[in-house]
Each structure stands twice: as structure tokens, then as C-alpha cells.
Design a protein around this ligand. Structure first.
Ligand SMILES: Nc1ncnc2c1ncn2[C@@H]1O[C@H](COP(=O)(O)OP(=O)(O)OP(=O)(O)O)[C@@H](O)[C@H]1O
Ligand SMILES: [Mg+2]
Length: 310
């Protein structure tokens, strides 16, 4: 069983306007709304890869049905700390004429110390029942900056491996607890290393510094430039697949889910990387964070190429 944490879920609301006018009146031509957040996305991709998954996290009573319905429909288990009120909204305004999206994200309602303590207990329980825990995305106000670090330590004590996909101080603190794997993108790795990383050699050097601190695997996603994966012995680069890209939203989450699924079943670095890149690539074929089909995944998997980086 893999547990995916969803500490700061969101309702993703997309409004399409024919032509966006800053400071003017904009009329909405179409709108859609969906349950989202990185932990939810990772859970759904894990289901698309046929893994047993439990999504654990905070959820707000007023908006909980759309999350529960979505996870249930995909066959994912869930375990939530229920909070009062409604889930934060991440608003995306799509300017149809220019094809430009403006995003406005709410930070969410602060969690109380009691709710946080309940969450920690849920993680403690799932760390004992799961072989892998995925910690990804932002945390709500009220969560300490080192909360992921605390949770990773707790998982380590229970013998549960952790995958951390976070940025800024959450990532920097989290590293101190030496998770099994981290998946920064180039920007997140640059932030962490405190320098710009211009080529594969520089990325490899930055990844090896992190590995010397106790992390086993560093997977670096490079968007349209592909991806790298590094462990103590080896480093691999996979070029981007030539895809008919529909939306890259959630591609990083899909890579995390693919890596979690593969490493959890004991795959080698190479095989896990293939699964991670295939899942990320297949995610680019679908609209928004809609899960890919088994056929799309298999097709991508066959096309993944990789080479060693030295
Ligand atoms: N335009 C693209 N063409 C081909 N593959 C892509 C493209 N964009 C993303 N990918 C694949 O998806 C992977 C993950 O994408 P990316 O690096 O953008 O993740 P991310 O920055 O973590 O994104 P997010 O956190 O927003 O989901 C890439 O490493 C690559 O394999
Ligand atoms: Mg990401």
C-alpha cells in the first residue's frame, strides 16, 4: 500500500473568458470545477497505474463530497481529518484569444494545533501500514515549515520509505530527515543548491551533494527538456518524448506517482525512471489532470529512451 498525503487540497476552478481585460469587465464563456491538489493528483495517477493507494490529509466538511466521490470512483481509499468550512479555491482565468492562463491561488484556512496533532496521528498509523509515503505540495497555514521533516522522521521510524515533492523551506527542511527520494524540477533544485544549473553535469553535481546528505534517489524533472535521475552509483537522462501535448498540468505529480509505484514494487533505478517518465509523458497527452489510459501509458513506456550521464 502507498499512502499519498494531501495536506492542502484545492478546488481548481477554471473560467474561460473570450478576451481578458485587466481592470475591465470580463464575461465568462465557460467554466469548470474539479477537486485537485498534488496529493489528490498523485493518488489518482497511482490508481491509473493499478496501485493500492490511500489518500490521507485535511479536508473541509462543506466541500468534502467532491473529493470523496472522485477518489472513490478511482478506487482509492482515503483517511481525512475533517475541518470546518470550505476548501480553498485555485482560480485559473483562461484568455481564449491569447491562450494565456492567469492563476489566483488561495492559501487556505489555517489548521489548528489540534487538527495538526490528529493529522500526525493519521500519518503515524499509515506509516505502519504502508511501505511508501508520498509527501507532495504546499501545506496549509498553521503547519510548521518543518512539518514534512517531522513526518519523514516518523515514517523512517516505522520503516516506511518517503518520496518528497516540495519546494522552498519545505524541501530544505525535509532533506534533513533524508527521504528515500526527492523530485525537484530545475527551479526547485536551483533554489535548494543556491546556484543556477546550466547543464546535465551541473545538475548531476547538485544531485550528488543531496545524495551525500542521505537521500537515496534524486529525480529532476526538466519540463520540455526531459528528466534526470541520480543515485549513489548511476545517473540517467531521458529526453522528452515527442508528444502531442494537451496539458502539462500535473506532469510532475504523475512522474512522482510513477516513481513511487515502481520503487515500491522493487524496480531498479532504470526501470523506475522508465515508469516515471512514461507516466509524466502520458499525463501530457490528457486534458488538465485527467488520468491517462493504460494504452497511453504503455505507448509512452515503449518510447522512453535513456542514456547515462557522467
Ligand atoms: N512539453 C513536454 N514535452 C514532453 N514531455 C514533457 C513536457 N512537459 C513535461 N514533460 C514530462 O513531464 C515531466 C515533468 O514535468 P515538469 O518538469 O514540468 O514537472 P513539474 O515542474 O514538477 O510540474 P508540476 O509540479 O507543475 O506538475 C518532465 O520531466 C517530462 O518528462
Ligand atoms: Mg512539481
Amino acid at each position: 500500500m502507498i499512502t499519498a498525503l494531501s495536506l492542502n487540497p484545492s478546488i481548481d476552478r477554471t473560467l474561460t473568458v473570450p478576451k481578458f481585460t485587466y481592470g475591465g469587465l470580463n464575461r465568462v464563456s465557460s467554466e469548470k470545477q474539479d477537486a485537485g491538489g498534488k496529493g489528490i493528483n498523485v493518488s489518482l495517477v497511482l490508481r491509473a497505474l493499478n496501485c493500492d493507494v490511500c489518500c490521507a490529509g485535511f479536508l473541509h466538511r462543506e466541500t468534502s463530497p467532491i473529493f470523496a466521490k472522485k477518489l472513490s470512483a478511482a478506487g482509492a481509499d482515503y483517511d481525512f481529518v475533517f475541518c470546518p468550512g470550505a476548501t480553498r479555491t485555485n482560480l485559473k482565468i483562461l484568455d481564449a484569444a491569447a491562450g494565456i492562463i492567469t492563476e489566483i491561488n488561495q492559501s487556505g484556512r489555517p489548521v489548528s494545533p489540534e487538527e495538526l496533532a490528529q493529522m500526525t496521528e493519521i500519518v503515524r498509523k499509515h506509516a505502519q501500514e504502508s511501505s511508501m509515503m508520498v509527501l507532495s505540495g504546499s501545506v496549509p497555514p498553521g503547519c510548521p515549515g518543518d512539518y514534512y521533516e517531522q513526518l519523514i522522521r516518523l515514517c523512517r521510524e516505522a520503516g516506511c520509505r518517503c518520496i518528497l515533492d516540495a519546494d522552498g523551506e519545505k524541501l530544505a527542511h525535509g532533506l534533513k530527515a533524508a527521504p528515500f527520494l526527492i523530485k525537484p524540477n530545475r527551479y526547485e533544485l536551483e533554489q535548494l543548491s543556491g546556484r543556477s544549473l546550466k547543464n546535465r553535469r551541473e545538475i548531476l553535481a547538485a544531485a550528488r551533494e543531496i545524495i551525500s546528505g542521505g537521500v537515496s534517489v534524486v529525480a529532476v524533472s526538466l519540463g520540455a527538456e526531459g528528466a534526470m535521475i541520480v543515485d549513489k552509483e548511476n545517473a540517467l537522462y531521458a529526453p522528452p518524448l515527442p508528444l502531442q501535448v494537451n496539458s502539462t498540468v500535473g506532469a510532475g505529480d504523475s512522474m512522482v506517482a510513477g516513481l513511487a509505484a515502481a520503487f515500491d514494487r522493487g524496480d531498479s533505478l532504470e526501470e523506475a525512471f522508465r515508469t516515471g517518465v512514461a507516466a509524466a509523458s502520458a499525463a501530457c497527452l490528457t486534458e488538465g489532470t485527467q488520468p491517462f489510459t493504460p494504452a497511453q501509458f504503455e505507448d509512452c513506456r515503449r518510447k522512453v529512451a535513456m542514456e547515462y550521464v557522467r
